[in-house]
Design a protein around this ligand. Structure first.
Ligand SMILES: *Cc1c(COP(=O)(O)O)cnc(C)c1O
Length: 447
């Protein structure tokens, strides 16, 4: 029994669960999506919140440019390139066996400075906001100051009285760990069993306390939360419930809008934008999708992508039970090579906010991710970690399958697919050590 319902009852009510249990690649279209203006009006998070977050990141830019020289070329703004991938598009076209309408692009969060993954958005933002609050409360910082002063020893002294804790499958730990340690905080990163050894080693080399668990992400988060509750000077970055993380991710949409404009790519109802976002607990892809809906309204069509072994957001959204159920409740093992997506229970905070906005979600196998990994390396010379390839199946799912075609018809955009832009959100990879990347690549070639 799961929440007082037998498995048969669950499957009868939500037939999609049967596919998820059988680890079949699944496409789910969201019947709860409503007109965007209405969804925005009802949302507890607003455009003002996102702009506030964006302004905060601007205040910190001079500090970041100073302490992370790799960000100085962009004046301390942590942003990633949006690139065309024509050879990959041609290879996908060959594989799908159909013409690909519109243009496929790659959003290279894999190459975000400081921590090489989408977590450099939300994770770093939350730590900066926390530091700003402490510094202002102490009377040592004003909003008008040049934030370069935060690099001074007296601020490190101040922050060293506080600690930051987080539970993570790896990449969030990297972001929070690197940023917090740089500011002078004590840091505790609670790592799930999925976390790669090199991520733990790198954090320890920066003076971060890494606590390891034999269990999955949910336990690492629970233990981290417990530790932090005992200590009033400890801030817990709550990946399952944090509004600040969410806002840090949402700022990406403001930046993407500018990038598209700079490339003269029009997005409106006759030039639809499709975005495919790899999803773990939901904060990263949820925040980005939310921001994109604020920016582009009905013209943006956002889809989550998950491993067949960890379809927590698909399960949570399709049933509406969000974090009340986990994939393990249904006998799905949450074991995937896509460590950034190895989450068995979705965030209900994100699920409920994103429910009226999101177009749908789909699952794909680990083999498919490895395959795309090798293909993208061969075609474009771009190297990503397995999680970051989940979005690569989006085009095929939306433009070629029956579910996708029905979606396009219902949205009345069939005639505009030639002028569509498809963005595959490449969420991580730049920090993967070369020898491990080689293993990934070889695996992809073997498939
Ligand atoms: C964390 C992560 C995601 C998903 O973000 P969530 O906030 O967990 O949904 C996707 N890809 C990579 C590489 C990640 O590290």
């Amino acid at each position: 029994m799961i929440l007082n319902k037998s498995l048969n009852q669950w499957i009868k009510e939500y037939p999609l669960i049967n596919n998820l249990i059988n680890l079949k690649e699944t496409i789910w279209i969201n019947p709860k999506k409503i007109p965007c203006e209405e969804a925005i009006k009802n949302s507890p998070i607003t455009i003002e919140d996102v702009i506030d977050a964006s302004n905060r990141l601007e205040r910190f830019a001079p500090y970041l440019a100073l302490v992370f020289p790799e960000t100085s070329a962009m004046n301390g703004i942590i942003e990633s390139p949006l690139v065309e991938i024509p050879k990959m598009q041609a290879a996908l076209r060959k594989e799908i066996g159909k013409d690909i309408k519109g243009k496929i692009m790659l959003k290279c969060d894999s190459h975000l400075p400081i921590s090489g993954s989408i977590k450099a958005r939300g994770g770093i933002y939350e730590v900066l906001k926390h530091a700003e609050t402490i510094a202002i409360d102490s009377g040592m910082l004003n909003l008008q100051d040049n934030y370069e002063i935060l690099a001074e020893e007296r601020f490190k002294q101040l922050f060293s009285r506080y600690s930051v804790a987080v539970g993570s499958t790896g990449n969030l730990g990297l972001s929070i760990g690197i940023m917090s340690a740089k500011l002078g905080f004590k840091v505790y990163v609670h790592m799930s069993a999925d976390a790669r050894q090199w991520k733990k080693d790198m954090l320890r080399s920066k003076g971060v306390n890494v606590i390891e668990y034999d269990d999955d992400y949910s336990l690492a988060v629970t233990e981290g939360r417990k530790q932090a509750e005992k200590d009033p000077y400890c801030h817990f970055v709550d990946d399952e419930n944090s509004k600040d993380l969410f806002l840090g991710y949402a700022v990406a949409a403001l930046r993407l809008k500018k990038q598209l404009e700079e490339k003269n790519i029009v997005i409106d109802n006759e030039h639809p934008l499709f975005v495919y976002l790899p999803c773990g607990v939901g904060g990263g892809p949820g925040g980005v999708a939310f921001g994109l809906k604020l920016m582009f309204k009905e013209a943006a069509h956002c889809f989550f992508a998950e491993p067949t072994h960890s379809p927590c957001m698909t399960l949570g959204l399709a049933t509406g039970y969000h974090d009340k159920i986990s994939v393990q409740d249904f006998g799905i093992d949450n074991k995937t090579a896509a460590d950034g997506l190895a989450v068995g229970r979705a965030s209900s905070f994100v699920g409920k906010i994103i429910e009226p906005f999101i177009s749908g979600s789909y699952t794909l196998t680990d083999e498919k991710m490895y395959h795309y990994l090798a293909m993208l390396t061969d075609e474009e010379g771009i190297k990503l970690e397995p999680s970051a390839l989940a979005g690569m199946k989006g085009y095929e799912n939306i433009a070629v399958t029956d579910e996708g075609k029905l979606y396009i018809e219902n949205e009345n955009i069939k005639d505009y697919m030639d002028s569509a832009t498809h963005i595959v959100w490449a969420t991580g990879g730049n920090m993967v050590p070369e020898e491990i990347m080689k293993e990934y690549y070889d695996k992809g070639k073997d498939i």
